[in-house]
Write a protein that binds this ligand. Structure first.
Ligand code: FE2
Length: 307
């Protein structure tokens, strides 16, 4: 517990509103209450599920995180310190505090933020490492997501450049308010529906990352600010302290409202995935090949439709 804290904030539970026009890919692991009762979720994770932990309790001072003035410290809005497992906790604390002072925080506030952050890591990392026990971790980044987001676009995560590494991603809501997500199709649903419908010439000159972006935009629009589209949605209210795990490259999501969260984003090499074929670049390459075959087959059966 963080020094000076008197009570654990009463936590609301994740509340799901499931759309019958979408597959239900939410998996509840109510059996996991701590690292001692945790077990691997890698199969479900790589298969594009959203895994929730309704009985996992993390002692978080939601009021503290809710009060962080990110307008005063804009660099904290999205900040990704990397944990060094060979360093002592006190040394990591010292380095992080110095980093925050470098971003303009006074020493007392920076020290408090590190206390709160380290407390969460101390509680959550043993669970994280157990639910992802199949993986060997490389870069150990933890993203602070302290920006207020309202109605972003629906998307699967895309990147400017192809990203060869895989990641193991766990979110926790730090805020005293719910973090509201909409989610839509899984990548396997998108691939199935799009198969044969995109002219192969459009994909031929694209790299795999661009094929991925094309798939994304064909469902959810071109512009990252487009919050509107006609795809069905589930709605998830993640309460204060809720923890969930999802490969956000594989499940379309749209933060409808959220202010304060962390994501533990340790990277994993593709060859150490349980099923490397589930890496997004592999899925993109397979889609490009199969889409061409399906498109050619369709044209062979319906030659009158070919221009
Ligand atoms: Fe995203």
């Amino acid at each position: 517990m963080v020094p000076g804290r008197k009570s654990v904030h009463k936590r609301l539970m994740a509340e799901l509103f499931l759309n019958p026009n979408l597959p239900n890919y939410f998996v509840s692991r109510a059996d996991i209450t701590s690292a001692d009762t945790a077990s691997s979720v890698v199969d479900e994770y790589e298969a594009a599920n959203v895994i929730t932990f309704p009985n996992l309790k993390v002692d978080i001072d939601h009021g503290f995180w809710g009060r962080v003035d990110t307008d005063e410290y804009p660099e904290l809005k999205k900040f990704g310190p990397v944990l060094m497992p060979d360093l002592s906790e006190s040394e990591q604390h010292r380095r992080l505090r110095n980093g925050l002072v470098g971003k303009g925080l006074d020493k007392t506030t920076a020290g408090q933020m590190c206390d709160h952050f380290m407390s969460i890591c101390r509680q959550l990392l043993p669970v994280y490492e157990t639910v992802f026990s199949h993986y060997q971790f490389e870069r150990r980044k933890v993203m602070w997501r302290l920006n207020t987001i309202r109605a972003e676009n629906m998307h699967v995560d895309t990147y400017k450049r192809e990203t060869e590494t895989h990641f193991a991603r766990m979110f926790v809501n730090l805020d005293s308010q719910p973090r509201i997500w909409h989610t839509s199709w899984r990548i396997q649903d998108m691939v199935q529906q799009a198969m044969g419908t995109i002219p192969p010439d459009q994909l031929k000159k694209l790299d795999r990352g661009q094929v991925w972006s094309k798939l994304n935009s064909s469902f959810f629009g071109q512009n990252s600010r487009e919050w509107w589209d006609e795809q069905p949605r589930h709605i998830a209210f993640f309460g204060p302290g809720d923890v969930w795990v999802v490969d956000s490259r594989q499940v379309a999501h749209q933060i409808f409202y959220g202010r304060r969260a962390l994501s533990i984003d340790f990277s994993v090499s593709k060859q150490h995935m349980k099923d490397p074929a589930r890496h997004y670049l592999e899925i993109a390459e397979t889609f490009r090949t199969d889409n061409r075959v399906a498109h050619d087959l369709h044209n062979a059966r319906h030659p009158q439709l070919v221009a």
